[in-house]
Design a binder for this molecule. Structure first.
Ligand code: BGC
Length: 514
């Protein structure tokens, strides 16, 4: 059993590089890729709360929202309204599948550029929308952008970063996501106070700013050494590696990258190969991590915090303000992961964060259940409402240093080069599919499951925490092209990795790791 829980895998090289300004600046700009995803996540919930927006496009919901005797749980239940939010994620799902080929063949940076560009066009459609069709076309284009960016950016960051700081650098993506969310909520807070249609137009149209940042960023970014080698630019790759590592002593790492690339050349069809038994651990983890990340229920808060707070009886302005507070807490707490993920490792954060989320979700469910019962009518006092907001913040903090950043980090670092782009596409597609499902179903689920919804997500958090405990080996400090050794040393996954992939048998690896 011990093999599953080792933090130092035998035989894994430790390159121990210093942090160079070049890699820092490159990853800082690369992480911008998270901004478009975050901006959109943060803007949708607030816009769907704005009365002029609802009046213009969703008059039925607007009427229902105004009705005084509505069941609190069902006030905003409308499939069309949720389709506005969730259509983007279906588009992102589809585009991530194409994006994987572009990322592999043309490199990570062009995939990012394309992401920024389609997002830019989408923001124009939305900002100038005259009817529902324009609104939905805009959403779909935004979705394409998100699919491309989420496909390429985490992989870009993981490949650029020195192995001993990969977690922190990759977490930059999540920091950018949350930063995008917070900025969007602040913008919503102000635009919601504007009269007429101008408010929502500004909120949706301003998505062009993060889009431009990514486009410009992608143009000036260099490609990763891994991708350069994969595409045959060996000399350029070596120079790039030397310059980002800040030393000429990169032979060992360069050799590992070249070996990985040689091996990956044997693989002609990444999509077919990923189904081979030797990639089973990566495939299963790559499918489960994004599934579980969404089943934490985080996007109930991300999309619908303002709705949820209004359901709790807060006024519209107070609701947007509370959503802003939870966003800022999430941003600050993501830095806990940035500073600890390479020291304590991924597993500790996953396990601690999971337990914290579990406890707070149960407490929120109990409190809402006691106050609104199953009928869904009732009043909640100020103290109780504040207590629920505090519990939501504790839950969000737990997510912020565990499933949030690690949900993107782990899938981007566990697969060998030959299947990396395909694996990342699966990661994004699964993530987007369940983001879509939660976004689409949340308001209906709240309407029918009532406070039980929080228990529903709590059960999943329990399952995922056990899953991590048993099935996820520690990957901190392990060079990305040496990850096979980690799988080989695992008590369960070891059997799937052929001896020649690491040059040692599973029994030997596990023995060394005890
Ligand atoms: C998740 C999103 C979520 C965001 C902010 C990301 O890691 O993929 O679904 O909305 O974090 O909480």
């Amino acid at each position: 059993m011990a093999g599953g829980f080792v933090s130092q895998t035998p035989g894994v090289r430790n390159y121990n590089y210093k942090l160079t300004p070049k890699v820092f600046v490159t990853c800082f700009i690369g992480a911008f890729g998270g901004l478009i995803f975050g901006y959109d996540l943060g803007i949708s919930g607030g816009v769907t709360q704005m009365e002029p927006f609802l009046e213009e496009f969703f008059p039925d919901v607007h009427r229902k929202m105004k009705s005084a005797h509505q069941n609190e749980y069902c006030r905003f239940d409308s499939q069309l309204l949720t389709l506005f939010t969730s259509s983007l994620y279906l588009a992102a799902l589809v585009s991530s599948l194409f994006a994987s080929t572009i990322t592999r063949v043309f490199g990570r940076k062009w995939s990012m550029f394309l992401g920024g560009f389609t997002f830019f066009v989408g923001s124009a459609f939305n900002g100038f929308a005259q009817n529902i069709a324009m609104l939905l076309i805009g959403r779909i284009l935004l979705g394409f952008g998100v699919g491309f960016a989420n496909q390429s950016v985490p992989v870009y960051l993981s490949e650029m970063a020195p192995p001993n700081l990969r977690g922190a650098f990759n977490n930059g993506f999540q920091v950018a996501i949350i930063f995008g969310i917070v900025v969007a909520t602040i913008i919503n807070y102000f635009t919601a106070q504007l009269k007429g249609n101008i408010g929502w137009r500004i909120s949706l149209g301003l998505a062009c700013v993060p889009a431009m940042m990514i486009m410009i960023g992608a143009l000036i970014l260099p490609d990763t050494p891994n991708s350069l080698i994969e595409r045959g630019f060996t000399d350029k790759a070596k120079q790039m590696l030397q310059s980002i590592r800040g030393t000429n002593e990169v032979d060992e790492e360069f050799q590992d990258l070249t070996d990985a690339s040689e091996e990956s050349k044997q693989v002609k069809h990444p999509w077919k190969n990923i189904l081979l038994p030797r990639y089973r651990p990566q495939l299963i983890i790559t499918c489960f991590i994004p599934f579980f990340q969404q089943l934490t229920g985080i996007n109930v808060i991300t999309f619908y915090a303002p709705v949820l707070f209004q359901t709790l009886g807060f006024g519209s302005k107070a609701s947007l303000l509370s959503a802003m507070v939870t966003g800022i807490i999430e941003l600050l707490c993501t830095f806990v992961s940035v500073f600890t993920v390479d020291r304590f490792g991924r597993r500790v954060l996953f396990l601690q964060g999971g337990i914290q989320m579990l406890i707070s979700q149960i407490a929120i469910g109990v409190m809402i259940g006691v106050k609104f019962g199953t009928v869904g009518t009732g009043n909640i006092g100020k103290t109780d409402a504040n207590l629920i907001v505090a519990l939501i913040c504790i839950y969000v903090a737990g997510f912020a240093w565990s499933w949030g950043p690690l949900g993107w980090l782990v899938p981007s670092e566990i697969s060998p080069l030959e299947i990396r782009s395909a694996a990342q596409a699966i990661n994004v597609a699964v993530n987007m599919f369940f983001t879509f499902l939660v976004a689409q179903l949340f308001l209906t689920m709240l309407c029918h499951m009532k406070f039980g919804l929080f228990f529903f997500f709590a059960v999943f958090v329990l399952i995922m925490t056990i899953f991590i405990y048993l099935m996820l080996p520690e990957t901190k400090n392990v060079p990305i092209e040496e990850m096979n050794r980690v799988w080989k040393a695992h008590w369960f996954w070891g059997r799937f990795i052929p001896d020649e992939a690491v040059g040692v048998s599973a029994a030997e690896m596990q023995q060394k790791s005890v």
